[in-house]
Design a protein around this ligand. Structure first.
Ligand code: C3B
Length: 828
């Protein structure tokens, strides 16, 4: 009968090849089929958006096919799998990425052309999936692309927020937030799996029971919510593998609360049930700060519990001994938000599977790899004990037990050193007693990862020093990376073709190390000429976007100088703006002949501020106030323009990055764990103006610091500079701050508190003391820019040196050093 079923499987396999052909005629047939029967529009009349919908459904069919095959294959081979848990995934658009990874971009373009549509135009119809805030969330998305491409047996788990990251709209220069109801017009990239659902429990009490003299605990919940799976296939490039990103949505539980129905209040009973859905309603828009809200904790546990049940169910399908669990399963915890998974696995093993504590603990200790993305100990997640105890009473007990055992063990090692014991405890005493999620994660994980080498040094010496001293072997780093598929192939097709032409192969799209091959051509005038041409094309695209958006016309001869990222004081967008004010002041005070020597600049800033982050919002307003003045000053003309790009998101990044000449990564040293946009700019041949922070230190090693503009205090200098009562702040700095303070750009009262943050003695992020070296680096960039040949050479060398910053390399390192997983390639 197994022969019979194999025969059937082979027939099914071939059947699919019959159905889903990729020649332009078959693609047209499929698209039209979806116009008529999925979108239900007449094939005689459908618009661009409907064409996009039909097109995506035909792509989706192809994705689903590979995704099924991959699923089958993994099930058959039963390799150790990686489960990547993250509360945020910033996927952006899917269409172009999917057809490129499937290898049928050109076929689709042909098919559409024959139907009278342009692929590019339809691709623009797609909205972003913005289920995350910033770097951390986009990193998860890049890593999923790499895991699929490298054939790793991996799966992502997250939350399917109904509202993604807010849309930023600017009114009179102020940021306003609008909800992002991204599912409004349906989402062809997900597959709703109503049959894949789990009950998630909250609140209630814990009862102690005994059977045959063995005590055990039963959690009697006060509320139950259903988690329903939505699967998002992630196709690899140049492989048949397509892995799964499973996102959970909250639905009312199927278990009726008969009580409330019987009391006759039918309407209220239904309405109350419906409230369950709020758990997955909305993404929290604050990054790097912990709010202590119950709903947030509910989100975390909801997603962790559903994922854990799913993972254990899959394991139990084919295995019956939990000792094998760590041979088949690796958990990756992205920042501390998913760390309740540790406690949940422990709970299931002891309470539900009835393993002895010791055995369960040994298993748990082999499962988890934790990555920290933080440098600031203040920002670490601390959950109030009262909150945790009421929402998850059994989990709190287990955390106390884990902590008790750890403290006992620790005392044996370090003695009665109460200061140290106190710092390392999972439970923090104080006016509000809290649970330190980072301590929990470190204690229970086999690996603690930093996201750059410098970050790892900071984790060892500052953030988690006590733990490093105890368990140095747990600490590692895997420098972040980004996927060249999205950040070159999708977003910069002209550069993609140029690279392939000069390397004589497209293989670099899978094997990014080949990019170094560009080095030998860096001075070749023919390549240089073509390289500049590509940059020009991308600058035109960006300039057009800027003009439609802001009405400002920018000169293509100007240097496009870009800083796009979340607005944070530590990222120092304010330093950038003050530098622009300085430039403006200089131009104003020059004579005609000096003005002729000024290198024209288009300064572009973009990014969202967390809705409650007042200072960040003032930085956005200042940017607009300065732009208003500078852009309308006839003395300045094309020499300087300042543009704020509203609603920065993944698809805006795809256009802005290829079109920039210079990009800024200017955080105060020691504050950016890694930084990843720098890597995207680097791949696209943009030069970096940067501090020695996060990953830029390693970037400088790869491309050579002579090909970058590095400036500013080093990490080890920062503490001393802060200590100094007054620092040597240059006159230029004092002047530009005074201009803002005195109302030169208006809004004097509003900007006062912003100016206060950089007053001498209070300037925590050291804008004043870094100002001179910042201006020097900027002046250096000006000088190099006018030397076209040299600039182009540096640009080529940037791309050529970007190979190490691919998430392919990062995923290989994690797989070998932390997860212990191997590729599992689905046959074509
Ligand atoms: C970010 C860090 O701020 C970046 O330096 C880093 O490159 C990325 O994570 C990815 O590792 N980060 C974030 O976006 N959100 C947080 N809550 C913490 C860190």
């Amino acid at each position: 009968s197994s022969g019979q079923s194999r025969g059937k499987a082979e027939r099914m396999f071939r059947l699919m090849d019959e159905f889903l052909k990729n020649d332009p005629m078959s693609l047209q047939k499929d698209i039209i089929h979806h116009v008529e029967f999925t979108v239900a529009r007449s094939r005689f009349s459908f618009d661009d958006f409907e064409a996009y919908q039909a097109l995506s459904h035909s792509v989706r069919d192809r994705l689903i096919e590979r995704w099924h095959d991959t699923h089958q294959h993994f099930k058959k081979k039963d390799p150790k799998r990686l489960y990547f848990l993250s509360l945020e995934f910033l996927m952006g658009r899917s269409l172009s990425n999917s057809v490129i990874n499937l290898g049928i971009r050109d076929e689709y373009a042909d098919a559409l052309a024959q139907l009278g549509f342009e692929f590019e135009v339809l691709a623009e119809q797609e909205g972003d999936a913005a289920l995350g805030n910033g770097g951390l969330a986009r990193l998860s998305a890049c890593q999923m692309d790499s895991l699929a491409t490298l054939d790793y047996p991996a799966m992502g788990y997250g939350l399917r927020y109904q509202y993604g990251l807010f849309r930023q709209i600017i009114v009179d220069g102020y940021q306003h937030e609008q909800p992002d109801f991204w599912l409004n017009f349906g989402n062809p990239w997900e597959i709703e799996r109503v049959q894949v659902s789990y009950s998630v429990k909250f609140y209630g009490t814990v009862e102690e029971k005994a059977s045959n003299g063995v005590k055990y605990h039963v959690w009697v919940p006060g509320e139950t919510v259903e988690a329903v799976a939505y699967d998002n296939p992630i196709p690899g490039y140049g492989t048949r593998n397509a892995i799964n990103l499973r996102l959970w949505a909250a639905k009312p539980s199927g278990q009726y609360d008969l009580e409330s129905y019987n009391t006759g209040d039918y309407i209220n009973a239904v309405v109350n049930r419906q409230k369950a859905e709020i758990i997955s309603n909305v993404l929290y828009p604050d990054d790097r700060s912990y709010q202590g809200k119950e709903l947030r904790l509910k989100q975390q546990y909801f997603f962790v519990s559903a994922s854990t049940q799913d993972i254990i169910r899959r394991f139990k399908d084919d295995h019956d001994n939990f000792d094998e669990f760590p041979d088949k399963v690796a958990f990756q915890i992205n920042e501390t938000q998913p760390s309740l998974a540790i406690v949940e696995v422990m709970r299931v093993l002891i309470d539900e599977e009835r393993l002895a504590w010791k055995r369960a603990w040994e298993i748990v200790c082999k499962l988890f790899s934790f990555t920290s993305h933080s440098v600031n100990p203040e920002g670490l997640e601390k959950i109030p004990v009262d909150l945790l105890g009421s929402l998850l009473p059994r989990h709190l007990q287990i955390i106390y037990d884990i902590n008790h055992n750890f403290m006992e063990e620790l005392k044996k090692k370090i003695g009665q050193d109460y200061r140290r014991l106190d710092q390392m405890s999972i439970v923090a005493e104080g006016t509000v007693k809290t649970i330190r999620m980072a301590n929990l994660s470190i204690i229970c994980s086999h690996t603690v990862n930093g996201v750059s080498r410098l970050h790892y040094e900071l984790l060892k010496t500052r953030v988690f020093k006590e733990f490093y001293d105890l368990w140095p072997q747990k600490f590692q780093y895997k420098t972040n990376g980004v996927t060249q598929r999205r950040w070159i192939v999708v977003s910069n097709p002209s550069l993609c073709s140029l690279i392939s032409k000069w390397l004589g192969t497209e293989e670099w799209i899978r094997n990014v190390d080949l990019l170094v091959g560009l080095r030998e051509h860096a001075s070749n005038p023919v390549l240089q000429q073509e390289w500049r041409m590509v940059k020009k094309i991308n600058k035109i695209r960006l300039a057009e976007y800027i003009e439609t958006l802001t009405g400002v016309e920018v000169s293509l001869d100007a240097m496009f100088d870009v800083q796009v990222k979340r607005i944070h004081e530590y990222k120092r967008q304010l330093l950038n703006i003050l530098g622009i004010i300085h430039r403006y002041y200089c131009i104003k005070n020059m004579n005609e002949s000096d003005r002729k020597k000024v290198v024209p600049r288009v300064c572009i800033i973009g990014g969202k501020a967390a809705p409650g982050y007042e200072i960040a919002k003032k930085i956005i307003k200042l940017c607009h106030a300065v732009a208003e003045k500078v852009n309308n000053d006839a003395d300045v003309g094309d020499l300087l323009k300042l543009i704020f790009i509203p609603d920065y998101n993944v698809s805006v990044a795809e256009m802005v990055i290829p079109g920039s000449d210079l990009s800024q990564h200017i955080s105060t040293a020691g504050h950016e764990a890694s930084g990843t946009s720098s890597m995207k700019f680097l791949m696209n041949g943009c030069l970096l103006l940067a501090t020695a922070d996060g990953s830029t230190v390693e970037i400088a090693e790869e491309v050579g610091s002579e090909n970058m503009f590095l400036f500013g205090a080093k990490v080890h200098e920062v503490p001393q500079l802060r200590e100094k009562a007054t620092s040597e702040v240059p006159i230029q700095f004092v002047r530009v701050v005074r201009m803002v303070r005195d109302g030169y750009f208006g809004f004097k009262d509003y900007f006062k508190s912003l100016c206060d943050t950089v007053e001498d003695g209070k300037d925590f992020y050291l804008l004043g003391s870094d100002f001179s070296s910042y201006l020097e680096a900027q002046a250096m960039a000006d000088r190099e820019f006018v030397n076209e040949e040299k600039w182009t050479r540096m640009s080529i060398l940037s791309t050529a040196g970007s190979g190490r910053f691919s998430s392919d390399r990062t995923m290989d390192e994690y797989s070998k050093l932390s997860w212990g997983i191997q590729p599992c390639k689905c046959p074509f």
